[in-house]
Design a protein around this ligand. Sequence first.
Ligand SMILES: *Cc1c(COP(=O)(O)O)cnc(C)c1O
Length: 376
Amino acid sequence: MVPTTCRCWVEVSRLQLAGNYHAVSAAVGPDIEVMPVVKADAYRHGAVEVSRTLAGEGARWLAVSNVEEGVVLRQAGITAHIFVMGDFLPFERPALIDYELTPAIHSLAQLADYDRMAAALGRPLEYHLSIDTGMSRLGTRDEPAALAQSVLDCNAARLQGLMTHFASAANFESPQTAGQIARFETIRDALQAAGLSPRYCHLSSSIPVAYGMRNAWGNMVRPGHAIYGYVSPARGEAPTALIQVRPALNWKARILEVKDLPAGAQVGYGAMHTCDRATRMAVIAVGYADGMMHRLSNKGKVIAAGKLVPILGAVSMDLTSIDITDCPQLAIGDAVTLLGCEGAVTLDAQTIAKAAGTISYSVLCGIGQRVKRIYV
Ligand SMILES: *Cc1c(COP(=O)(O)O)cnc(C)c1O
């Protein structure tokens, strides 16, 4: 299905999302719960459609960053367990409860509050306790004995999970991950000694799953990037990746104008590019407002007629100019690929990130609201 009414759009493959989810599930095996991360609008793949697809493939848990993201999924009819990873503020409490979202609790003060909420409600509320094992972001840094006591002190809040998050999972030269795992295990053992055995222990995002770090899997994993088809390259002596995943998204834009420029013509804001030959240029319907990063000015490439061609001059808010001298067959209305593949030529988020000096996550999450989404 080729959309005829879009200027700029992404095509998301449900089949590829499902394939990536099953690749992760197969790697960890049947005893480990896979909780796909669909925060940030599923890394811009569309949280509702992605959640429907993954729930249809068997995902029983989905992870979001905040309450509002969870509410959107509930309102769309998603009935899977929804885990809120990124903390919540007092004004978000009613929705957290009304929409039956399960929170990570990041401090003992917050745990006491949550317990009072549950008591006021008159029914138990479940939570996962989030431990800062060394990343120094969210999570409690309290000592194991204090943690165990606070969990035991709760009357209505029920400990369902214990979690942490790694700071340097991709860096196999760093001892940080091993230290974080050891700290997590110390706390898990202390809770166990106090008679507390949470149903789920989870530490791992995509990278520890992909590189087979089994001692970091617990009995639940939280892959995001891998579900969308990416495993970041590792630093140091990483084992070969366990899983084969492929990007599930192609991003395209149409040609708005084609023009022939003489050698010496200056292109775009600031005349950042001067043509060194007679150049056929196309103006395409994407700009930095859509997520085509300004930093790709004069640097990035797109795929036009199956070839990588350069971006000419500055990326504007709504428009980008490209060199199509070598693909003269292209005409107004034809589509070019900004991210994805055409035949054997691919341009993925990692390649684009390298050109822009950023990370692949940011390339995906940067795809703008204005870009239509089509599911294929
Ligand atoms: C985003 C996030 C994940 C998923 O990370 P990926 O690298 O995309 O797999 C897992 N856990 C937490 C706490 C996160 O914030």
